[in-house]
Design a protein around this ligand. Sequence first.
Ligand code: GUN
Length: 290
Amino acid sequence: MTAERIDGKAFAAGLRARVAEQVAAFTAAAGRKPALAVVLVGEDPASQVYVRNKHRAAEEAGFESIEIRLPADTGQADLLAEVARLNADPGVDGILVQLPLPEQIASQAVILAIDPDKDVDGFHPVNVGRLGLGTPGFVPCTPRGCMMLLRDRLGDLSGLHAVVVGRSNIVGKPMAQLLLAANATVTIAHSRTRSLPVLCRTADILVAAVGRPEMIQGDWIKPGATVIDVGVNRVPNPDDPQKTRLVGDVHYDSAVQRAGAITPVPGGVGPMTIAVLLANTLDAACRRAG
Ligand code: GUN
């Protein structure tokens, strides 16, 4: 059996196009563009690439994209003041502070300062709570994107056994909540879980979000299972040691022999994250417009 490749890039392009249509309608009705503010502190190269991509995608979809760059030595008080200014700005619908932040700034304090109704990352405790309760709020972009891919492939997830490997606040925990809300039977596993291969083999849906390159092997996968690989790991390229390549948390070549469907890396979950950020920002604008 060879797994179907879940084309996140194509799905994300479709989602972005649908968001762009609704952004145009919002702009015509409200007389202003919905606006996303992205704050980047410092010059972390990976963060710079992410922020540039978010900025470009937002502009392409018709949003007003506000990029705020602060120096690496910015103090916590100054960043909190910037967040307060964006909270109070009626022209700003969504606020995203790119993580990680420099070590002199406590990320939790910054996340807590963002207006929950502009928190398009879904990281504020109010939105974490709303997700747990199943009341409307913002859902973190990557797990929401994974759910869209799962629903597109599987339809109803009721009663399926989902194993989420990874327990981060950004992916693993919200992913488990979303799967539970969709009536899946959910197990959260992590680096200390015993007999992880045996557990993974019981999964109809396997979500890998541990950040360990190619940890999950093909023979850990139940034949026919749907595999969502959230991992993005840069490793040396064996063919050319001067270069690197991107791999997921799943060993793709062996997994593809067992799974029913699998997301590739790159081109699977990755492109969904930005597309969902745009969808969340549009939601924020629509809610604020009442
Ligand atoms: N850094 C890596 N991923 C993310 C994300 O989804 N949101 C924010 N704010 N920072 C990140």
